[in-house]
Design a protein around this ligand. Structure first.
Ligand code: CA2
Length: 148
C-alpha cells in the first residue's frame, strides 16, 4: 500500500490544549487518528510525525524518500522562516501538500509568506483539522492521475 507522511512542525503537539479560539479543540492525536482512518479509506497508509526541531523535520523529509510517496506538511512557524525545509523538500522530489489549521492570509503579515508554497503542489489553510483530510484527498488524486 502506498504510504504518506503527515509531518507536523513546532508547537503543534499543543493542539487542543491551548488557544482553542485560533487552533480549535482537536488534539494532535485526534488529527493523526483521523488521517490514518482517512488514508485507509483511500487505500493509503499514513505515518504521522511531529517535531519542534527544524533539523529533525529536515531529517524526516530526507528519510521519506523511497519510503513514502508523498508528504502532507504543516511546518508551523517554520513555514515562514525555513529555507532549510524548502531545500529538503526540493531535494526529495516528493509531492507535498502544505496545510495550516488557520487561514494564514487573514492573520499577521509575517504569516502571509510561505517558503513551502513554491515547492508544494498547493496549500490548504483555514479549515482546521479538516485541512489534513483535504490534503490527503488532494495527494491521492494527484498520485492517481500521475499513475493513470
Ligand atoms: O495555522 C497553522 O496551522 C499554523 O501552521 C500554526 C503555527 C503558526 O505559527 C503558523 O503561522 C500557522 C503555530 C502552531 C502552534 O500550535 C499551537 C496549538 C495550540 C496551542 C498553541 C500553539
Amino acid at each position: 500500500m502506498n504510504s504518506i507522511l503527515v509531518l507536523h512542525g513546532p508547537n503543534l503537539n499543543l493542539l487542543g490544549t491551548r488557544q482553542p479560539e485560533v487552533y480549535g479543540t482537536t488534539t494532535l492525536e485526534m488529527v493523526n487518528s483521523a488521517c490514518v482512518a482517512h488514508g485507509q479509506s483511500r487505500g493509503l497508509s499514513v505515518v504521522c510525525l511531529q517535531s519542534n526541531h527544524e533539523g529533525a523535520l529536515v531529517d524526516a523529509i530526507h528519510a521519506a524518500k523511497g519510503v513514502h510517496v508523498g508528504i502532507v506538511l504543516n511546518a508551523g512557524a517554520y513555514t515562514h522562516t525555513s529555507i532549510a525545509l524548502r531545500d529538503a523538500l526540493s531535494s526529495v522530489e516528493l509531492p507535498v501538500v502544505e496545510v495550516h489549521l488557520s487561514n494564514i492570509h487573514a492573520r499577521e503579515s509575517f504569516r502571509h509568506v510561505s517558503h513551502i508554497a513554491p515547492v508544494a503542489l498547493g496549500q490548504i489553510c483555514g479549515f482546521g483539522a479538516q485541512g489534513y483530510l483535504l490534503a490527503l484527498d488532494a495527494l491521492a488524486e494527484h498520485l492517481a492521475a500521475r499513475n493513470a
